[in-house]
Design a protein around this ligand. Sequence first.
Ligand code: CTP
Length: 395
Amino acid sequence: MLKENNNNNDNAIPHQVRNDLVFNFCHCGLDPQSHNREIYHNLYYVGGVVRDELLGLESIDVDVVYEGNAIAFGRSLPNAEVIQINEPFGTVRVKINGREIDIASTREEVYERKGHLPTVTKIGCTLKDDVKRRDFTINALYKSVATGEIIDYTGGLEDLKTKKLRVLHDESFIDDPTRILRALKFSVRFGFTLDAHTKNLQDEYLKNINYDMCYKRIKKELIETFNLNSYNAFEKFINDGVYKLVTPCNTILPSVNIENLIRRHSVERPWLVYVGVLRDLSRLPLTKTEQKILDDFNAIGELKSDFEIYKAFEKAQPETVLLYAVLKNENAALKYLDKLSKIKISINGKDLQELGLAPSPKYQEVFDYVLVRKLANPVMSRQDELEIVRHYLID
Ligand code: CTP
């Protein structure tokens, strides 16, 4: 066990979320840095929050673990209200000074069904046993709330320095293949690489994937990884065969640079443009909108004229258009995004009625007739459009 006292750095590191937590404790008279220290003796920050602090980065969330039973600890905290309890996982949410904090118990887990959520076998184990359930050494660092001491059982501090992602044991990816995607995500976020042995374990797993896995968790990691919009990550995803977690169908790297495309044309779901390249997303639990984006893309064939391009993309989600750019015809999709999508006809049903045309399906014919001409001549005025309609009705 390597221990490194980080006490002196405590106040120097700008770390909003962590500070919020200390704030919570301090402002109800429970200052972990002073006389109440013993209350916090078994309380540790763990995982991403410790990693990010050591990297000098802000954290998204704070994970806190209690060495022992967190539920009993939560109940014993003075001036704290227990808000929620999850007995099977040994977690508790407490409210201190108007703010809520989740505290987990140290626990042991086994993967009874590989690739699915583990089963908790013991709540309230030692910190040293709690560490075994974690994914990478850099995520297996603990920091004492009471003293600021960093506790490193697995060499995480060294791996942070050498920028390595290292699993804790050889079964890690077999237990939880989402870790392969998490490694990719962390490599993008921090510029880390897999250590050689971990890379071998990944390659071995990818040669023999057990597709009976929890695709809800895979999808979550895909979203977090590819919403970072990194073509580098996508290159690794394809070239290292990580995509095989999603589909056994062979896929090659498309020539279009998706990162640049999304920079120019931002979309709500960048991940779907990347992962959509695989074409077979049948294992992922997609929402109706996500499925429609893919179905619309599949339904669009060759587009020969500006009118066909306009009609194909007019009602489509932007992700459908970008997928078409990546996999079918970049020029047509870009022409739509850069130029055609900005063109709109000005006339409406009321204008047609005033010109003596009773409401009928013919309205659409007239609008399309005007649209074809407006696409060829976008500066056309409303008067010009009305003139075109008049001619059309006379002919
Ligand atoms: N963890 C794990 N295996 C997973 C998911 C999580 O071992 N498949 C452990 C890691 O110790 C991780 C911690 O649970 O650090 C918290 O997980 P999560 O919140 O998903 O990730 P963070 O590491 O906190 O990273 P971030 O929230 O910044 O993405």
